[in-house]
Design a protein around this ligand. Structure first.
Ligand SMILES: Cc1cc2nc3c(=O)[nH]c(=O)nc-3n(C[C@H](O)[C@H](O)[C@H](O)COP(=O)(O)O)c2cc1C
Length: 212
């Protein structure tokens, strides 16, 4: 069986998708169409995983009380994480919007099932961390699939991972990986928000590539 042919037009479109994928913190409140979140998560599950373990577990947050608890926790951690900064950077940090948990129509918590039997341990003996890395590949796949539908995704990590299992009521052996906000972005940009706000520029390509 031959697979699809990806032509130049597709490659150009893919590059555009990668260029215009953004971490989104400013969301419209309008809901996603019925079923879209599930189909995006289904696509995310086509990501690669060590031993084909597929350890990703996606939890859609539907309880308003849980959403409120997440907002309170992230706001508190954002405040605490700002303590070490001083001067202009402290002021800049205070102005950064680091999550869209209040407005985003969908919030998804992503965990890694650290005790999954799927994959039969293949590849995990030497590098057990590859199990959680596999979940990150699924998150990135979700990010791109969402963007292809015009849906923005924001990754929120300013939270205490140890508190997440109890807060979300999932098994203790699941490891928290990511909290995601999804929804239609208020605006599109080719430039990351942290670059636009002068927090961190993109690094020159040459500094990221070596030969030995
Ligand atoms: C593992 C990970 C954790 C992140 N955590 C946060 C976060 O807590 N809050 C936030 O605003 N952005 C977070 N981001 C988004 C980054 O700030 C963003 O990817 C980066 O600034 C580049 O922007 P871009 O994704 O729009 O290209 C996170 C991204 C990754 C990959």
């Amino acid at each position: 069986m031959t697979g699809p042919v990806f032509d130049t037009a597709f490659r150009d479109a893919l590059e555009q998708l990668l260029t215009w994928r953004r971490d989104v913190r400013h969301f419209q409140t309008r809901p996603l169409p019925d079923g879209l979140l599930d189909s995006l998560i289904e696509i995310a599950c086509r990501g690669p995983s060590v031993g084909n373990a597929q350890p990703w577990r996606f939890v859609r947050i539907v309880s308003p009380e849980r959403r409120a608890a997440l907002i309170a926790s992230v706001d508190a951690h954002k405040h605490a994480a700002g303590e070490p900064y001083c001067g202009d950077r402290k002021a800049l940090y205070a102005r950064l919007k680091l999550h869209g948990l209040r407005e985003a129509p969908e919030i998804v918590a992503v965990f890694c099932d650290a005790e999954t039997e799927a994959g039969h341990g293949l590849g995990r003996a030497t590098m057990p961390e590859t199990l959680c890395w596999s979940v990150v590949t699924a998150v990135h796949t979700l990010w791109l699939a969402a963007r292809a539908h015009g849906v923005g995704l924001g990754w929120v990590s300013i939270i205490d991972p140890a508190s997440m299992n109890a807060l979300i009521d999932v098994p203790a052996h699941w490891r928290f990986v990511a909290l995601l906000c999804l929804g239609y972005p208020e605006r599109e940009s080719e430039t990351p928000e942290l670059v636009r706000h002068g927090w961190q520029d993109r690094l020159p390509f040459e500094t990221t590539r070596l030969e030995r």
